[in-house]
Design a protein around this ligand. Structure first.
Ligand code: ATP
Ligand code: MG
Length: 540
């Protein structure tokens, strides 16, 4: 078996030594927002490892913080995971285990390993010490077992207000690891939970709940990001001291960070709440629902996650690398079509009929054949494809020049009609004899091919192009709100082939010479929404 990363190596070794038999992982989101690209990496890793070793992966909702969690997020997370094509074995919620977690907390109290503390959050912090100084013990640390049990039950029964009392593990205030200095494991919180309603007014802390839930689900490898490395001793302490039968192992890996993207639910939520974007599924959002709405194929995202690998130290990946996989996928799979941004009318003086010309559906899939496109006397080209004063090496339409119209003919410039303000109103050209695409015997040398849309058979469309939500990497370190790109969406008016009118909403195209676009609609209006540009700026 070829191991793809250090986690697989660890697991393979444990399997061969007989330390584990059936591999089980879990993907553990907190339902406090929508999933983003970083979560895709965690998903690929957890599901990937389980699959590789013939094990299973659960979906586990870490819902121990009722004030921030919602059923809306639970549903969205399930949707996103399905979109990526992963199937969880079982679905569990931390809240399913609240009774077990509670009884294990009582067990710690009975064993003299936990105590109820009346210090406030600030007081606890003040006594916690620093990396160089040990902490000081709480004056409540030596309460009797009976007193602790009574107080803890009173906490559960709603006798105390939020923050009035907490339950703390009794570990070691001198530990070099601050997380081990009598960490809080339960707090009072009078908040309605999206699943348990008002049953509880105390909730376990993540560090206490997570290992217990892993154990209950029989997770063998609890994969999490590097910031939890310092929490691993507490994870292990909890597993040992609660006496749970099944003992999972925590392994940490590096978070995925991508240039120009915010990768934190908290910040993404802020963007949504401040209306910097049109909700969680705005095509500019790095959320999975945003990518899906943008038209990014889920396979491209998975391939990206696989290629970047799993590391032990944090780093930042160029966004162009992600785009490279999206473009590559669409180049293979997307149909070709033509759309014109900022149209300029072109009249073909020596052509009065109309005729069907053929354009390849996808040159990478010749078996799909060709599609007929109506070619007419009047067509639209992009304003930028004509210039009265062309710069050197301008191989588009220009005075005294020729250019090929994609799939049709070579045309020769005749004259331009100007508006009063000097701008170009329309351009007249003529077809070069015997220059039909695929059957060109004209002998005319023509360096440029441009795309076009018939002015007699088209639909108007709105073309949306996107820039990154966050300004460049050079702004790194600045607060993210200072890095917001105010011009991340530009709307153009254009025209596209009538064919686009007939295809399903959501279809993705390579608009020839323009980029990859997804068809969307807004009432009667057709929108072509950019997925990714044509040009690959990624350098391997
Ligand atoms: P956020 O800060 O965006 O809320 P989180 O880590 O709090 O992220 P969770 O819902 O707790 O989000 O994450 C579920 C799983 O996804 C965790 O195992 C977490 O470590 C992992 N994860 C989250 N962000 C990333 C990332 N950028 N790269 C890799 N894994 C991630
Ligand atoms: Mg979180």
């Amino acid at each position: 078996m070829i191991c793809e990363n250090f986690i697989e190596e660890i697991i393979e070794k444990e399997l061969s030594e007989g330390k584990v038999s059936a591999v089980q992982t879990r993907f553990p989101p907190e339902p406090n927002g929508y999933l983003h690209i970083g979560h895709a990496k965690s998903l690929c890793l957890n599901f990937g490892v389980a699959k590789k070793f013939g094990g299973k992966c659960n979906l586990f909702f870490d819902d121990t913080n009722p004030s921030k969690e919602k059923t809306e997020y639970v549903d969205a997370i399930k949707e996103d995971i399905k979109w990526l094509g992963f199937e969880w074995a079982e679905i569990h919620y931390a809240s399913d285990y609240f009774d077990v977690i509670y009884s294990l907390a009582e067990k710690l109290i009975l064993d003299g390993k936990a105590f109820v503390c009346d210090l406030s959050g600030d007081e606890i912090r003040a006594l916690r010490g620093t990396l160089t100084e040990p902490g000081k013990e709480s004056p409540y640390r030596n309460r009797t077992v009976e007193e602790n049990l009574k107080l803890f039950r009173e906490m559960r029964d709603g006798k105390y207000a939020d923050g009035e009392k907490v339950l703390r593990a009794k570990i070691d205030m001198k530990s070099p690891n601050i997380n081990m200095r009598d960490p809080v494991i339960y707090r009072v919180l009078h908040a309605e939970h999206h699943r348990t309603g008002n049953k509880w007014c105390i909730y376990p802390m993540y560090d206490f709940a997570h290992p217990i839930c892993d154990s209950m689900q029989k997770v063998t490898h609890s994969l999490c990001t590097l910031e939890f490395e310092d929490h691993r001793p507490l994870y292990n302490w909890t597993v040992e001291n609660t006496g749970v039968e099944h003992k999972p192992r925590q392994i940490e890996f590096a978070r995925l960070n991508v240039t120009n993207l915010v990768m934190s639910k908290r910040y993404l939520k802020k963007l949504v709440e401040e209306s910097s974007v049109d909700g969680w599924s705005d095509p500019r959002m790095p959320t999975l629902t945003g990518l899906r709405n943008r038209g990014v194929p889920s396979d491209a995202l998975k391939k990206f996650c696989d290629e970047i690998g799993v590391a032990k130290s944090n780093s930042e990946i160029e966004i162009s690398y992600l785009e490279h996989f999206i473009r590559d996928n669409l180049n293979q799979n997307a149909e070709r079509a033509m759309a014109v941004v900022e149209p300029l009318k072109v009249v073909i003086d020596n052509f009065d009929a109309s005729e069907e010309v053929e354009v390849e559906i996808n040159p990478n899939k010749p078996e799909l054949g060709k599609r007929n496109v109506l070619f007419t006397k009047e067509i639209y080209i992009e304003q930028s494809d004509f210039s009265l004063n062309p710069p050197p090496k301008y191989f588009r339409l220009k005075p005294d020049g020729v250019v090929r119209l994609k799939g049709a003919y070579i045309v020769k410039y005749e004259n331009a009609v100007l508006n009063d303000d000097g701008s170009v109103k329309e351009v007249h050209v003529s077809i070069v004899e015997n220059s039909k695409s695929g059957n060109d015997t004209s002998g005319v040398k023509c360096k440029g091919t441009i795309h076009w849309v018939s002015a007699e058979s088209f639909v108007p469309c709105e073309i949306r192009k996107y820039d990154y939500l966050l300004k460049d990497a050079e702004y790194q370190g600045q607060d993210f709100s200072e890095r917001i790109n105010e011009n991340s969406r530009t709307i153009y008016q254009g025209v596209c082939e009538k064919y686009i009118d007939s295809v399903e909403t959501g279809s993705c195209f390579q608009m020839l010479r323009t980029g990859y676009y997804k068809k969307m609609v807004d009432g009667e209006k057709i929108i072509l929404s950019e997925i990714v540009s044509l040009k690959d700026s990624f350098k391997k």
